[in-house]
Ligand binder design. Structure first.
Ligand code: FES
Length: 108
């Protein structure tokens, strides 16, 4: 297997319903993870990108949170229907999906 160029992390941390911090798991991140995994296979990106689940990454209230390394691009509120764009545009062409990126102002 070739060394992958990209590593995609998906937060799948789950907190109980009604928890004040919310969680990516509660916001549907498992479906995002599954679609990314299937998409990598379907688009023949295996070897170029791998995807892993992650515990909490921090910005829980705007999940599901997805990070693409080595670019260090953080995406928020990712839905399964956003996955093709991430795979085609970011992984395929090296261009981040700006509409999904967490804005700089959010970081303290
Ligand atoms: S639960 Fe996903 S970032 Fe905290």
């Amino acid at each position: 297997m070739p060394k992958p160029s990209y590593h995609i992390l998906v937060c799948t941390n789950k907190r109980p319903p009604g928890h004040p911090r919310g969680s990516c798991g509660e916001s549907g991140s498992e479906a995002v993870l599954e679609k990314l995994s299937m998409g990598i296979e379907q688009k023949m990106l295996f070897g170029k990108a791998i995807v892993s689940s992650s515990s909490c990454l921090g910005p829980c209230s705007i999940g599901p949170v997805v990070i693409v390394y080595p670019d260090g691009v953080w995406y928020s509120k990712v839905k399964p229907e956003d996955v093709d764009e991430i795979l085609d545009q970011h992984i395929g062409q090296g261009q981040k999906v700006e509409r999904l990126e967490i804005p700089d102002e959010l970081w303290g």
